[in-house]
Design a protein around this ligand. Structure first.
Ligand SMILES: [Fe+2]
Ligand SMILES: [Fe+2]
Length: 420
């Protein structure tokens, strides 16, 4: 009785240790190695091994072996009948000597005999084969008692759960990786589609070729300078690419008019923000502000814009970004009735209109991005690619930009002034 009690205490100790091993160990291999060591040690078993089942190859791959030597097979294949028998048996020790009729034991009979494998425990967790544990003879040469087998069952269950958990984690990681890749593919497809769409919008207007694409890129520059995340920057670019989508419904001769259009034509053209909103609204955009950017990109902080004459804080932020990008492109490209303006004049215009048409902090961000490129603080050539090599190298542009950055009050928006 005293001996049994001692054995019981010892076994419980090993089981407790095994439980914490399964939960704590970072390295899976190490966890299995320690678990086998504890199992063999608690019952003084000479040798043993733990194998993980691979359902793709229908095989058992040895994770850890102890005392079996180098000639023991590292992979044992299972046939359907073996799997059926293991599942019927459940998580309970099978005496190898009693099971020789099963195909599995016939195939590996010689290996098991030479290594004196006495017990095989199928690790069945939630009606699935997770692996097996193989155990050699006990150090004292005695057969396994039913008490030994109970202990083996309890410890094997711990090991089986550990392997099952690991399998689950691996499966989850694989799926999340797959989802991430799918999401990336979708994002690329979306971006490509949007860009193709922007090119289609620009096709209609022979005088402002590439306008939507440039507005997309300027919006991207502003968002990046504001420190937005990659996804938000991408959203700003998309809003820029699609801001004039409503022009698709405006008559070609109004868009391509070589002279200033009359009031009626102007009213027709001015419908494009609202039409763009209607076009974009039913589409599921990963970035929700895209339709609003189209609708409000001609609004001004001072309320003199269209279509709704919104003021400052009533205007969605993304629309303010696109408005600045849009106006900058209009000023820096040739139009049929107006040549593009020199860089100095454009910067002056931005500064003068900060707080009236444009959000001051956005003008500052835009000027800062320009200054960084002109002074080579930034190695990127975004402006140079969009405006041509020499455009920003105009004389006095650096002091001009610095002056604008010092001169603009970032909080001088109309609503704030109004509240004072
Ligand atoms: Fe527009
Ligand atoms: Fe535009």
């Amino acid at each position: 009785m005293a001996e049994n009690q001692q054995k019981l205490i010892h076994t419980f100790g090993a089981l407790a240790e095994l439980g914490s091993e399964v939960v704590q160990k970072q390295s899976f291999q190490e966890m299995i190695r320690t678990s086998l060591h504890l199992l063999l040690g608690s019952l003084a078993i000479m040798r043993g091994g733990v194998a993980r089942y691979s359902r793709f190859g229908h095989e058992l791959n040895m994770l850890v072996v102890r005392g079996f030597g180098d000639d023991f097979p590292l992979s044992l294949s299972l046939c359907q009948e073996d799997e059926r028998q293991f599942l019927t048996n459940g998580l309970a020790p099978i005496e190898v000597s009693q099971a020789k009729v099963l195909p599995f034991f016939q195939v590996y009979d010689r290996s098991f005999e030479s290594k004196k494998v006495e017990l095989l425990i199928p690790l069945i967790i939630r009606d699935e084969i997770i692996g097996v544990i193989l155990l050699g003879e006990k150090a004292n040469g005695e057969p396994y008692s039913s008490y030994d087998k109970d202990i083996i069952c309890a410890m094997s269950r711990h090991i089986g759960v550990g392997i099952a958990q690991r399998n689950l984690m691996a499966e989850l990681e694989r799926r999340s990786e797959e989802n991430r890749r799918l999401y990336d593919d979708l994002r690329h497809t979306y971006k490509d589609t949007v860009r193709a769409f922007a090119a289609a919008i620009d096709c209609k207007d022979k005088y402002t070729e590439g306008h939507s694409v440039r507005v997309g890129k300027y919006s991207e520059i502003i968002a990046a300078e504001l420190g937005w995340s990659d996804e938000q920057i991408e959203g700003a670019a998309v809003a820029g690419y699609l801001h004039d989508v409503g022009k698709l419904t405006v008559e070609r001769n109004i868009i391509n008019s070589p002279h200033r259009i009359n009031a009626k034509e102007s009213a027709e053209l001015n419908k494009h923000p609202a039409v763009g909103y209607e076009i974009l609204l039913p589409i599921h955009h990963p970035y929700t502000d895209v339709p609003l950017a189209a609708k409000y990109h001609h609004e001004r902080l001072d309320g003199r814009g269209y279509p709704d004459g919104l003021e400052d804080r009533e205007i969605p932020y993304i629309a303010k970004i696109v408005n600045l990008a849009d106006s900058f492109d209009a000023m820096t490209t040739d139009r049929p009735y107006k040549r593009r303006r020199p860089a100095n004049e454009v910067v002056e215009d931005l500064q003068r209109n900060a707080g009236k048409q444009f959000a001051p902090e956005l003008v500052m961000a835009f000027c800062r991005a320009m200054l960084k490129e002109v002074t080579l603080e930034s190695k990127q050539k975004k402006f140079r690619r969009l405006l041509g090599k020499d455009y920003l190298e105009a004389e006095g542009i650096v002091p001009m930009l610095k002056n604008a950055l010092n001169g603009i009050n970032p909080t001088s928006s109309l609503t704030l002034v109004g509240l004072d």
